[in-house]
Design a protein around this ligand. Structure first.
Ligand code: ZN
Ligand code: ZN
Length: 369
């Protein structure tokens, strides 16, 4: 059973809410007709790609047709699917405007597109998951490529998330690994969230952090079973990923589920779009990013903070040179990154000095994490 903070007026000062209904278990796809009926709708628009159609889309359409629903669908034929303007356009062009519910059948990209179509058309949205590969099932944003740039666009959270373990267990091993990778990232993200709370006074909720930690532990405890496609192990990864999506919703920020390892993954994605450099599934990049982050933090633990040295380094920092290097390394995507960093005053010498005072004062507390 998934743990939840839904409806809790929390000690952190927030009322935590998460309205998506999550249905996980063996054979739960058979509940789809009743779930759709509960929305009091007649016509469904189903989005899938050629692989997800085979593994679950066909069943979804048959189940709905057998229950007198009218189906309109779009099945992507491309071998690899980009979440970009053209593919959102294809979905919209095949969407009958009298459809009254959207059903995505797939994982990352299909879900990102489905959430956009549901948000634009203002219709309820159900995702039938085909792989526990990333934590976007429960998020209200879509990771899209717009005008050649990777962007996180506001879309909508699925009203219902269906994870049938019979289907999820058959997902390609690489997608199962990706899901664990996206979970492993949470070791870093939770730690960084706490550190940012100490240094910057950023909002932090221990209950949300604990919820994510518990889900992560369950995944790690079951990790061996995953290679054998054990149903309990696959369910724990899927539930963990959904909990992490809910955690972001509870917190109102992505901190509980995304830290520097996601930043690295984001950079690799941007370089892949701009320069055609190699990239991997989101969660696999996150796992790699986690390994790099852990190495960095291991090194940080050996440091003794030295104020004079740090201030001297900060004074030598050449902002223009750094921005040019960023432009060279990232291409077009650098501009939005520079703009965000400028807005946050990340390289402002005075705020750097202030931050450094706090870091020195609280070094023992910081390194405890
Ligand atoms: Zn809270
Ligand atoms: Zn992620």
């Amino acid at each position: 059973m998934m743990e939840s903070l839904n409806g809790k007026m929390c000690g952190c000062g927030k009322l935590h809410t998460f309205t998506s209904k999550v249905v996980v278990g063996q054979g739960v796809i058979s509940k789809l007709p009743q779930i759709v009926k509960d929305f009091n709708v007649k016509k469904a628009f189903v989005i899938a790609d050629k692989n997800t159609y085979k593994v679950a889309g066909e069943t979804v359409c048959r189940l709905l047709e057998n229950n007198s629903f009218i189906i309109n669908s779009h099945v992507y034929r491309a071998d690899s699917l980009e979440p970009d303007e053209a593919n959102v356009g294809l979905a919209i062009m095949n969407f009958n405007t009298d459809s009254d519910i959207i059903i995505g059948v797939g994982s990352g990209v299909i879900n990102d597109i489905g959430k956009i179509v549901a948000s634009v058309s203002n219709k309820p949205y159900i995702i039938v998951a085909t792989a526990p590969s990333m934590d976007g099932y429960a998020s209200a944003t879509s990771s899209m490529t717009c005008d050649g740039l990777k962007k996180s666009l506001p879309s909508k959270c699925a009203d219902v998330i269906i994870g049938d373990t019979d289907i999820l267990c058959d997902a390609p091993l690489k997608m199962l690994s990706s899901g664990v990778g996206d979970m492993l990232a949470k070791y870093v993200s939770i730690c960084e969230w706490r550190i940012s709370n100490i240094i910057n006074g950023e909002y932090y909720c221990e209950e949300i952090a604990e919820l994510v930690r518990k889900s992560l532990k369950k995944c790690i405890d079951n990790a061996d079973g995953l290679l054998k496609r054990d149903k309990a192990a696959v369910a724990s990864v899927f539930e963990g990923l959904v909990v992490c999506g809910a955690a972001m919703k509870y917190a109102g920020v992505s901190r509980p589920a995304s830290g520097v390892e996601h930043y690295l993954s984001h950079i690799w994605d941007m370089r892949a779009v701009e320069f055609g450099t190699p990239c991997e599934l989101h969660g696999i990049q996150c796992a790699l990013g986690t390994a790099i982050a852990l190495k960095i933090y291991e090194k940080v633990l050996t440091f003794t903070p030295d104020k004079a040295f740090a201030i001297a380094k900060a004074e030598q920092f050449d902002y223009e040179k750094w921005s040019d290097e960023l432009r060279r390394f990232l291409g077009k995507g650098a501009e939005s990154m520079i703009a965000i960093e400028e807005k946050e005053g990340k390289y402002n010498l005075n705020s750097h000095k202030k931050r450094f005072e706090i870091i020195i004062g609280k070094w023992d507390k910081i390194t405890q994490y």
